[in-house]
Design a protein around this ligand. Structure first.
Ligand SMILES: Cc1ncc(COP(=O)(O)O)c(C=O)c1O
Length: 390
């Protein structure tokens, strides 16, 4: 480590003057809540995805909840999802009184395995909730075929997958409902935020009402008319709406999405090249034909059999070298609540656990330079060699 090296934060957002100017404009406009800029961001996003409808929300978690809610998922239902995801994917199923049922992942793609999904279907199953882990699209043709055969809904967790494609179809325009995240580390970052896309008008209208207390009119529509129109609470709704301050960031983040994707693609290839000569780790598998990986997270797998330290210790060693990294993810079934409530144990989902023990997400994003990637790769290789068993 060079003593002058600054700390490389994992998932630092990329922005420029456009975001700053837009935020200032919004502040000065006096309209800070949900209004014209949220509407514009929604419109731009749906145009980008190619879906008929979109709804901006304050997080992907809120969006996933609304999606399952509008599809009628409730007490006694089961939703099949992957254990290798962020806990919120499974938590929202519980919030609705339903049960998350995990289906193990494929060992090469790290995404939910369609064969395992089919094994988990019962009379109570109502939906499948695949997650495009790190930005790699799931096998959506097989998942949709299973859903069709068993009359199930499909809601995609595309928190990592803005920019992903599956067989010439953009993620966001394939299943019943898709949900994106704009959390600070994501490809489009607004601090907190999310977007729901669908081609079903009834669902989007109901989700819109539910996202703002269940009111028949949102505040912008109430105050921007020439004559006062009363509003009513149609359902006991939620407070999940996006604000114009957030949308101000999103509009400009979206405008650079293609440019940043290209930059991340180059950095991704560079990591792969840098690690070619390292036998102590493996890199993400190449894309399948006809799919586009959104390149949200670049994650390596440590070959724990060949090194003396654990993955967590490696992360601590990287911190000492001023390099931030992440774990995406510890399988959900091994989290305290899930073990305590459902009795899950180590060994229940071996493929997810294998990845969960070995995975490290390295700093990655359009604001990183070639020298940053080289520094991370050299440091990782040095630390692993220092701790190698031979
Ligand atoms: C796979 C996955 N799903 C859902 C979420 C929740 O997103 P949000 O933080 O926007 O609620 C995340 C968050 O990082 C995630 O990684």
């Amino acid at each position: 480590m060079n003593r002058k090296d600054t700390f490389l934060v994992f998932g630092k957002p990329h922005f420029n003057q456009d975001e700053i100017d837009e935020i200032i404009d919004t502040i000065k406009s006096g309209w800070w809540g949900t209004g014209p800029k949220t509407e514009k961001f929604e419109w731009l996003f749906k145009e980008y995805i190619g879906s008929k409808y979109s709804l901006a929300v304050n997080s992907a978690t809120s969006g996933l909840f609304l999606a399952l809610k509008v599809l009628g998922i409730s007490e006694g239902d089961e939703v099949i999802t992957t254990p290798l995801t962020f806990c919120s994917t499974a938590n929202v199923i519980l919030h609705l009184g339903a049960k998350p049922v995990f289906a193990d992942i494929e060992s090469d793609s790290w995404n939910i395995d369609p064969i395992q999904i089919e094994k988990k279907i019962t009379k109570k199953t109502k939906a499948i909730l695949p997650v495009h882990l790190h930005g790699r699209p799931c096998k959506m043709d097989q998942i949709r075929a299973i859903a069709k055969k068993h009359k199930l809904y499909v809601v995609e967790d595309a928190a990592h997958a803005t920019e992903a494609w599956f067989k010439k179809k953009k993620i966001g325009n394939i299943s019943d409902i898709t949900v994106f995240s704009f959390y600070v580390t994501k490809n489009i970052a607004t601090g907190e935020g999310g977007m729901v896309t669908t081609n079903n008008r009834k669902w989007i209208e109901k989700m819109r009402v539910l996202s703002l207390h269940g009111l028949s009119r949102d505040a912008y529509k109430r105050y921007s008319v020439k004559e006062y129109v009363n509003y009513e609470c149609m359902y006991p709704g939620y407070k999940f709406n996006m604000t114009d301050l957030t949308a101000s960031l999103g509009i400009h983040q979206l405008s650079r999405v293609k440019k940043n994707f290209k930059i991340r693609g180059q950095l991704w290839d560079l990591y792969n090249k840098e690690f070619e000569d390292c036998p102590l780790l493996s890199v993400p598998k190449n894309e399948d034909n006809d799919t586009v990986h959104a390149r949200h997270i670049y994650a390596i797998l440590l070959k724990l059999e060949l090194i003396k330290v654990s993955r967590d210790k490696c992360i601590s060693l990287l911190i000492r070298e001023k390099i931030g990294s992440g774990v995406h993810f510890t399988p959900v079934h091994l989290h305290h609540y899930y073990k305590k409530t459902f009795g899950y144990r180590k060994g229940d989902y071996p493929n997810a656990e294998f990845i969960g023990e070995r995975v490290i997400s390295l700093p990655f994003g359009a604001n990183l330079k070639v020298k940053d990637i080289k520094r991370v790769a050299e440091t990782v290789k040095k630390l692993l060699h220092q701790n190698s068993i031979q």
